[in-house]
Design a protein around this ligand. Structure first.
Ligand code: ISE
Length: 335
């Protein structure tokens, strides 16, 4: 039984605690931490046999904790992931690995000095059944060389703390990782274009945005990000190849027919749409951790995604295309 500690008991942390303790065999959550101790206690009490702490570093260093999930605010990720590396504890860190490429690179380098990879980044789409099928089709060369990719990413609404930059760092970060993974290519440059802002988005929020990425093999990717789309949570991806296309189908949901109409429900948020992906991601992380290996997005992937997000932010601020600058290559471990 892998004894897991979870840092942060907000929306995603609480969701991971629930998933780990109900549907992931081979793991148990033994401790959670949160600056809001009452919130940590509520989450711990729902599990049983789980302690609630205020101090994340105490949790990470606790001898009864074998591995850690970091789901605290983005700015805290670097310090907590570093503490996990120092304690030689495998860590699943929610995206982003860290908010700046410089911080991500420090983690890449700290991990590379160890004997094996310890970091997995929570890009759960790599475990979503539909994305996995799409990756398989592309790897099997079923549509020839990819030429273009069309993506959209819509949220029903955003919390008051959501900023224009977060359309990139919080939402499009998933498309950035998915594109690198699906195509096996790096993003070379990014351009962000702003259409007229929706009058239904909170005042001052630049929503929607259109992001155009160009890969190092010349594939062009357009990503519509629209986070106050109102009707629900909706994610799409179509890859256009030389001989055909592959597209994600909308997730299987209920269809209702009546009064001469047919209607289908739309998920309301990402936990709903990607429930299977989160489950499989956590199971893969637990299994890999027990086996002493790693799966999913690694520290370098986390770094590359944040470097691409930085280029998008540069373009958002400056208007034109911005280059994605990567320092070197993925490291070898144990060096
Ligand atoms: C949120 O923070 C997430 O990580 C979701 O996966 C993403 O789809 C959503 O747009 C973000 O706001």
């Amino acid at each position: 039984m892998l004894r897991v500690g979870v840092v942060g008991t907000g929306t995603m942390g609480a969701d991971h605690v629930r998933t780990l303790s109900t549907v992931v065999p081979g793991a148990g959550v033994v401790a959670v931490s949160d600056a809001d101790l009452r919130r940590a206690r509520r989450v711990a009490d729902a599990v049983g046999g789980c302690r609630a702490l205020r101090e994340p570093l105490d949790l990470i260093r606790d001898e009864e904790v074998d591995a850690v999930v970091v789901a605290s605010p983005d700015v805290t990720h670097e310090a907590f992931v570093l503490a996990c590396l120092e304690a030689r504890k495998p860590v699943l860190c929610e995206k982003p690995l860290a908010p700046t490429p410089e911080a991500c690179l420090r983690l890449v380098e700290a991990e590379a000095a160890l004997d094996r990879p310890y970091i997995q980044v929570g890009f759960m789409r790599r475990f979503d059944p539909a994305y996995v099928e799409m990756k398989r089709a592309l790897d099997a060369d079923s549509v020839g060389h990819p030429l273009l990719v069309h993506c959209f990413h819509r949220n029903a609404e955003t919390p008051p703390s959501y900023t224009s930059e977060m359309l990139i760092t919080s939402s499009a970060a998933h498309e950035i990782d998915a594109i690198r993974w699906l195509l096996g290519q790096e993003v070379a440059s990014a351009t962000v274009r702003l259409p007229r802002a929706s009058g239904l988005a909170p005042s001052g929020l630049r929503d929607p945005q259109l992001i155009i990425l160009e890969t190092d093999h010349g594939v062009l990717v357009d990503v519509e990000v629209f986070v106050n789309a109102g009707y629900g949570y909706d994610v799409g991806c179509e890859v256009v190849g030389e001989t055909g296309t592959v597209s994600l189908l909308p997730p299987a949901v209920l269809s209702t027919r009546g009064a001469g109409r047919e209607s289908r429900s739309v998920p309301q948020d990402w936990r709903d749409r990607f429930a299977a992906a989160y489950r499989t991601e956590l199971q893969a992380w637990v299994d890999a951790t027990v086996a002493g290996t790693s799966r999913g997005a690694n520290a370098w992937d986390g770094y590359a995604a944040t470097a691409c997000a930085r280029a998008c932010l540069d373009s958002l601020a400056g208007g034109g295309p911005a280059p994605v600058e990567l320092a070197g290559r993925p490291p070898f471990y144990g060096g």
